[in-house]
Design a protein around this ligand. Structure first.
Ligand code: NAD
Length: 342
């Protein structure tokens, strides 16, 4: 049987344990897997692009467990009452090849993306960071805010979205959760005084959410929204002034902000900073940029974390996804067994 975590189940789990506890725990799992990066199979995700969006498969394995995620990205969806990003994914046992855990991953993707962002910022942002601007106040935004509060103690938020209703929604969802929130009327206003800038907008085009003159020395940019060919958020000149950190260069060069740069432009792999193999920020004046696109190992960590939470919980649902004939070579015999039982 395959254990199944539905949307309702993951919401119950997160509510039961508390969203900040879950974000903290997941950040530890992501970091643990980044520390053993070399063990994993790595490949850029397999993307199927259309005029309106993308559908992707994201596989990886550490030699014992295998995982994959199905995920889409359709910026037009919200106008049709649907989400930009939806996902589901699985864990399987490498030894038998049997899948054993299937989970919704729309909520899980928001959690693991926020966990990865804050893990990067913990290693790259100035230690005295207190204020974060969030530009793009859609589905991912509250998860980002809460992860930065839970792990780094960031409680001052400056919010901006081209759609004022999105900002109102984000501010209302975060109300009473220990933040001081400033609602801003432009990106420029939002980043004033911010130590960390999170860009998490959705648009299937090369957008310029931030221009070079807006970004001062010492900030950390957590660039989440540019994650597809032809879909970026930052002006190229910001990249040229920043120290750039990426998940998996082979994928980021196709999908990230650095698609605007030459293929051999130097970037640092985040796992190297986390293991101490490479330097992160070296001065208070560095502009550090986490050019996030989302990588399969983060989904692996997220699934692993939720699987461990589910193990502590009695009420799980089993799915009959794998045929298990008594004689493994007599698959056909199952037809007759079933008919006889009816
Ligand atoms: P969403 O559609 O729910 O929200 C996006 C918000 O951006 C909307 O409220 C929209 O009004 C706003 N926006 C668009 N253009 C803007 C602009 N120029 N300035 C300010 N705001 C603007 O989408 P979401 O689920 O929150 O995802 C946001 C982005 O993050 C998407 O592009 C998605 O593909 C990406 N994403 C990346 C990762 C990752 O791992 N890096 C993970 C999940 C999502």
């Amino acid at each position: 049987m395959v254990q199944f975590v539905s949307v309702s189940k993951i919401l119950d789990l997160v509510n039961k344990h508390g969203v900040e506890t879950v974000l903290k725990g997941m950040t530890e799992y992501v970091e643990e897997d980044y520390r053993r990066w070399s063990l994993f199979d790595k490949t850029p995700r397999v993307a199927s692009h259309s005029k309106v969006g993308v559908i992707e498969l994201m596989p990886t394995s550490d030699g014992e467990l295998y995982s994959f995620k199905y995920v889409n990205g359709h910026p037009k969806n919200t106008k049709e009452g649907k989400q930009t990003v939806t996902a589901f994914g699985m864990l399987a046992d490498v030894d038998t090849g049997y899948p054993f855990f299937l989970s919704e991953m729309t909520v899980l993707t928001a959690l693991r993306t926020a966990a990865t962002s804050v893990m990067a910022a913990k290693h790259l942002a100035r230690a005295d960071s207190k204020t974060m601007a969030i530009i793009g106040n859609g589905a991912q935004s509250e998860f980002q805010a809460l992860a930065f509060k839970a792990v780094m103690g960031i409680t001052n938020l400056r919010l901006f979205d081209t759609d004022a209703e999105a900002t109102e929604k984000c501010a209302a969802n975060l109300d009473g959760k220990g933040f001081t929130i400033t609602i801003c009327r432009s990106s420029e206003e939002a980043i004033t005084g911010a130590d960390i800038i999170t860009t998490v907008t959705a648009d299937k085009q090369q957008a310029t959410i931030l221009t070079d003159n807006m970004v001062g020395a010492g900030v950390h940019i957590n660039a989440i929204g540019g994650d597809c060919p032809g879909k970026t958020e930052l002006h190229k000149d910001i990249l040229l002034r920043s120290k750039i950190f990426v998940e998996y260069p082979e994928q980021t060069r196709i999908e990230g902000e650095i698609q605007q740069l030459d293929d051999d432009y130097p970037v640092v792999e985040l796992w190297e900073v986390i293991t101490g193999a490479a330097e992160g920020r070296t001065t208070e004046r560095d502009i550090t940029l986490f050019d996030s696109v989302g990588f399969a190992i983060e989904d692996f960590s997220g699934l692993r974390y939720i699987y461990d939470l589910v193990k502590q919980d009695e009420a799980t649902q089993d799915l009959e996804m794998i045929a298990e004939p008594a004689d493994p070579r007599n698959l056909f015999g199952l037809l007759e067994v079933k008919q006889a039982a009816e």
